[in-house]
Write a protein that binds this ligand. Structure first.
Ligand code: KIV
Length: 300
């Protein structure tokens, strides 16, 4: 994909830029990406932030939840995304079990995402013990994005994939978690599947950019899963995921058309084949062993 002059004019998005956007009330656009082509699409669409989410576990790796995905699997995807991005701010998701045990574990994992994969920042889920892990990673010099509300890594403990903060106490807890993550130094927080009224209440209490996914319109920005918004993924579509394209149907149509042409022997056509100069073809025929005297093509 070649860069247009407009692409070249776009400057890489920085933490300062994101804070400025929040201050100016400019909506921040974030999308997930999991490989080089999806990163190139995010770049061409001029989004502000890209997340290599652990949702990759389900969208591209075929697991049935985000829990099994490993650090190595996500690092490989982050590297591919990094190679496809120039301007968006790149966040790598710390997978389940890669940061909870100790500050040392959290720092070591975050360092891999920055050092090996070239991420600008990492994201971790939940308040509680994750607040201290976020603080430790930030103290080690790596920007951290928090994630509250529905935190898929611990969905079982939350009673499943459902909106969070639907009682006064739970809503207050979501807001407190966000405030704690902000106090720990997070540069931004994802609010996932939180009632819009709860987000409205939280917004004036927070100073850092809040990026919503199923959290209503009052956040500073929105994030969606690439496969959900383009209609690539065949699995469950959450209520909050609007679809702007039906890419999967188009992909199946294309592969089916290819398959029909192979079976009907109409592909490849003359425009898809290479040729050899006629004089070389003639020489090749001369070189060809006489089928009557030579039993094997190995005699060539
Ligand atoms: O993994 C992911 O894609 C996420 C977003 C939904 C925020 O965490």
């Amino acid at each position: 994909m070649s860069a247009s002059p407009r692409d070249d004019a776009r400057k890489p998005v920085t933490l300062t830029k994101l804070a400025e956007m929040r201050a100016l009330g400019e909506p921040i656009v974030m999308v997930t990406a999991y490989d080089h082509p999806s990163a190139q699409v995010a770049e061409a669409a001029e989004v502000d932030m890209v997340l290599v989410g652990d949702s990759a576990a389900m969208t591209v790796l075929g697991y049935d939840s985000t829990v099994p995905v490993t650090i190595d699997e996500l690092i490989m995807l982050c590297k591919a995304v990094r190679r496809g991005l120039r301007t968006p701010f790149l966040v790598g998701d710390l997978p389940f079990g890669s940061y909870e045990a100790s500050d040392e574990q959290a720092i070591a994992t975050a360092q891999r995402f920055v050092k090996e994969a070239g991420c600008d920042a990492v994201k971790l889920e939940r308040g509680g013990a994750s607040v201290q892990r976020a603080r430790a990673i930030i103290d080690a010099g790596i920007p951290v994005m928090g994630h509250v509300g529905l935190t898929p890594q611990t969905a079982v403990a939350l009673g499943g994939y459902r909106a969070q903060g639907r009682t006064a106490e739970r809503a207050a807890q979501v807001i407190r978690d966000a405030q704690d993550l902000q106090a720990a130094g997070c540069f931004s927080i994802v609010f996932e599947a939180v009632p819009a009224e709860v987000t409205d209440l939280a917004m004036p209490l927070l100073e850092i950019p809040v990026i919503g996914i199923g959290a209503g319109p009052s956040t500073d920005g929105q994030v969606l899963v690439f496969h959900d918004l383009l209609g690539i993924y065949d699995g469950h579509k959450p209520k909050f995921a609007k679809r702007w394209a039906d890419v999967r149907t188009e992909m199946v149509r294309g592969v089916k058309a290819y398959s029909d042409e192979v079976r009907g022997r109409t592909f490849p056509g003359p425009e898809h084949v290479y040729s050899i100069p006629p004089e070389e073809l003639e020489r090749l025929h001369e070189l060809a062993p006489d089928p009557d005297s030579s039993p094997s093509a190995y005699d060539w």
